[in-house]
Write a protein that binds this ligand. Structure first.
Ligand SMILES: *Cc1c(COP(=O)(O)O)cnc(C)c1O
Length: 240
């Protein structure tokens, strides 16, 4: 993709998001667009930054580390991307993830939470976290069980992780053309958020990260506050 193609795609996606917001009675710009730049080069991120876009998602720490350190050390200091880690995270990658990201959306187990807390203390930094929840039959990512998830929230609720802001839930809908299954997965995430906010009123879980290139319209209808869009902005990924 050329820089101008990426910019055009970005405008198109923003317009579609506005349309979906309006259709579902949501206020304009209430849904954040996270541009998923995995497998795409730094130039593609620059194209978005030059168009005024700020929020990016990457799923592999190693790749993101090089790319975003390069971008941030470039001459143009006004370009300051906000990076979210959205892919499953190994414990030994947490240090680098905390160095480069302002949010980790793929938190799926207690030992990961403990490691993020440990690394954030060393970095004297606070970080946002989203909890990844398994909603579709086919997606394997996310907490093993809802009771595992709730026992982690229990610890958050008692103040165990002062450097982590528990901000949201994240999910991936099943890979299917069956719209009702996709919708069901988003509804499940929204209902879980409502439920945990009742059970843990001192936590403020406000965000729902759901919806990708193929299904973000449905996600917004079901209450998404952040959509993670890659292909529709940057084109197909080349996994070689
Ligand atoms: C790759 C990825 C996306 C973006 O998917 P597209 O279909 O390219 O928009 C969103 N969320 C996660 C967790 C991803 O890994």
């Amino acid at each position: 993709m050329t820089e101008s193609e990426i910019k055009e795609n970005l405008v198109k996606i923003k317009e579609k998001i506005w349309e979906c917001e309006e259709k579902s009675g949501r206020s304009r710009n209430s849904v954040v667009l996270c541009a998923v730049s995995k497998f795409h080069p730094a130039e593609d991120v620059f194209a978005c930054l030059n168009a005024g876009h700020k929020v990016f998602g990457e799923n592999r720490v190693q790749e993101a580390y090089g790319k975003f350190n390069d971008i941030r050390s470039s001459e143009n200091l006004s370009l300051n991307p906000e990076l979210h880690i959205i892919g499953s995270l190994q414990t030994n990658k947490v240090k680098k993830a905390c160095e480069i990201a302002s949010c980790i959306q793929s938190v799926d187990r207690l030992d990961l939470v403990r490691e993020i807390q440990k690394q954030c203390i060393k970095l004297e930094k606070k970080i946002d976290v989203f909890f990844e929840i398994h909603t579709g039959e086919e997606s394997k990512a996310g907490f093993e069980s809802i009771s595992d998830f709730k026992s982690v929230l229990e610890l958050f609720s008692s103040g165990e992780f002062p450097n982590l802001n528990a901000k949201g839930l994240m999910t991936m809908a099943p890979f299917t053309n069956d719209e009702s299954l996709i919708r069901k997965s988003f509804i499940q995430l929204r209902e879980l958020k409502d439920q945990v906010n009742k059970e843990f009123p001192n936590l403020l879980i406000t965000e729902l990260s759901m919806g990708m290139s193929g299904d973000f319209g449905i996600a917004i209808e079901e209450g998404s506050t952040m959509v993670r869009v890659g292909t529709a902005i940057f084109g197909e990924r080349n996994y070689q």
